[in-house]
Unconditional design. Structure first.
Length: 545
């Protein structure tokens, strides 16, 4: 509402008194007389007259509201910079804030304290957060990507766009020997946008990393017969080849140097979603949701919500080992999902869509050759930089050796090392980053170990207070762990044989042998006849039958 519409009878009365005074200087006597007529102090008359002379209308002397003016800012300029920096840079980097407003305000206060600036109040930070969200929303609306509905890509050929993501399965798995819960495994999935086919899966207990992405991409690019034979599943899964574009989120493993270098080698483009906008990965997010819905019928399911998770007793009901879960998931994807009608394909199946499109626009495949599969995997393995020393190359406290190291040591140049997280018995070393050669343990007597075992051994050694971690200590610790597992397997086998046909103890409770009868204090009376046990009574002696 305009000021001209907000004046009242008070302003009209003041204007009637001030208007006859004209523009001539007003004396104090006139001001005191006007103050008596208006019920104001004479100094207030001077201020009102100054405003009235600037605009001689009644609305110009409307009484102003007390407090700060709208649009005014009483926060220190340096504090404003700190708030802006926290909202633009610090907040987006936080994966999850338990209390967004409180955590943001505490970060602003911490920075203001370091800068010796008066910190703003909590309400001020809340207003700045609201203004920042509104500004971000306005920018997103003008983004060119907003012109297309999320999840809609123009992919008309197999492997033209492949989306990859990880999710933690809503089911707990057990170890193979003790059948006790190990937790929830991670599932990595790659889906082809044009045909909705799942072109690869990878299941592991460790959090996804650069090695996980390398193994998943190797299953995308290579035929799956060898892998299916390894896990013991017979199913038709013909979807493989080199993708043209990988559509990824902004996780660290998707921005690793190994992935960027490997994709550059094979002409694979990388496309990332906008930060904090999962709807732009709608296909893979929906695929993960579909798989998690299918897990609800498995033993040990946890559900997709934490509400009531303890009451489900998932750990006690878990029954599938990691390998068994991988076989089940493989059949679920390759046999059931690929051959089911898909709404996004106009009721066609993903398998039929792949067969149709692959005939006209076949996917790009790796060059033929016996070593191409290994070469592809090596290109995507995690990388490290090392220098050759007199005793070879050291990685993860383990020495490796190759005869060429004698010549490479003279140049004193760093070499590029690629390693397989599941098998550290060999590494791949390159002097120029193009051609790689295989180097193995310097001590060939060492057994193959995984990076997970190496890190677990290092944690044990540090907990024991070892001053230095060396290769012999690491392998000694791993050997002891494996001996404990081997002994436990034997004990478990004996316990199973002993408890065959009996009720087993609840999951999570150690097995204990049955209690032995305590000998009585009285002596045996040999004059009494022997009373046989029921198992010793026969209906007819076998030699009289």
């Amino acid at each position: 509402m305009a000021n001209s519409d907000r004046f009242t009878e008070r302003e009209i009365r003041i204007a009637r008194v001030l208007r006859p005074l004209d523009t001539k200087p007003m004396s104090r006597q006139q001001a005191e007389m006007a103050g008596k007529l208006l019920g104001l102090h004479w100094t207030s008359v001077y201020r009102l007259r100054q405003r009235f002379l600037a605009d001689p209308v009644a609305s110009s002397i409307v009484q102003r509201a007390r407090g700060p003016k709208p649009g005014g800012n009483r926060v220190n300029a340096r504090a404003e910079q700190i708030i802006d920096d926290v909202l633009r840079r610090w907040v987006p980097k936080q994966r999850e804030l338990a209390h967004p407003l409180l955590d943001t305000w505490m970060e602003v206060r911490r920075r203001c304290l370091l800068a010796a600036v008066m910190a703003p109040g909590r309400n001020t930070v809340a207003r700045r957060m609201s203004e920042h969200r509104d500004a971000q929303a306005a920018l997103l609306a003008t983004d060119p990507s907003a012109q297309t509905a999320p999840g809609h890509f123009l992919a008309s050929a197999p492997l033209e766009i492949v989306q990859i993501d990880h999710t933690q399965a809503d089911v707990e798995v057990v170890d193979e020997w003790f059948r006790r819960s190990m937790g929830r495994p991670w599932v990595s999935v790659a889906i082809d946008i044009a045909t909705r086919c799942v072109v690869a899966i990878y299941v592991a207990m460790e959090r996804p990393n650069a090695g996980t992405v390398a193994l998943l991409l190797s299953r995308v690019a290579l035929a799956k017969e060898a892998w299916l034979a390894t896990i013991g599943v017979e199913v038709d899964w013909p979807m493989y080849g080199l993708p043209k574009t990988l559509h990824l989120d902004n996780a660290a493993e998707f921005k690793s140097r190994a992935l960027r270098m490997g994709c550059a080698q094979y002409g694979i483009e990388l496309m990332y979603r906008p930060v904090g906008r999962p709807q732009f990965g709608g296909h893979i997010e929906r695929m993960n949701r579909t798989l998690m819905q299918r897990l609800k019928g498995l033993p040990g399911t946890t559900g997709n919500s934490t509400v009531g998770r303890k009451a489900r007793e998932s750990a006690d009901r878990a029954a599938l080992s990691l390998k068994e879960f991988e076989r089940w998931l493989t059949l679920e994807v390759a046999q059931r999902y690929h051959n089911s009608a898909h709404r996004g394909l106009m009721a066609a199946t993903p398998a039929s869509a792949w067969a149709t499109l692959a005939q006209t626009r076949p996917p790009r495949l790796l060059p033929p050759g016996p070593d191409e599969a290994l070469r592809f995997l090596v290109r995507f393995m995690p990388t490290a930089s090392r220098t050759i020393q007199g005793d070879g190359l050291t990685l993860f406290h383990i020495r490796y050796w190759h005869p060429i190291f004698v010549a490479w040591r003279i140049s004193h140049r760093s070499v590029v090392v690629r390693y397989h997280p599941e098998d550290l018995s060999r590494i791949f070393v390159s002097k120029d980053g193009k051609e790689y050669l295989e180097a193995r343990y310097a001590d060939v007597r060492r057994p193959p170990i995984s990076l997970w075992e190496q890190r677990a051994a290092c944690r044990i050694l540090k907990a024991q207070g070892k001053p230095e971690i060396s290769e012999p200590l690491i392998f000694a610790a791993i050997d002891k762990q494996r001996q404990i597992v081997a002994t436990a397997r034997q004990v478990t086998k004996r316990a199973r044989r002993h408890n065959d046909g009996r009720k087993r103890p609840p999951n999570g409770q150690p097995w204990s042998p049955p209690a032995q009868p305590q000998p009585s204090g009285s002596e045996v009376d040999y004059s009494r006849p022997v009373e046989p046990f029921p198992v010793e009574i026969w209906e007819t002696p076998w030699h009289k039958r």
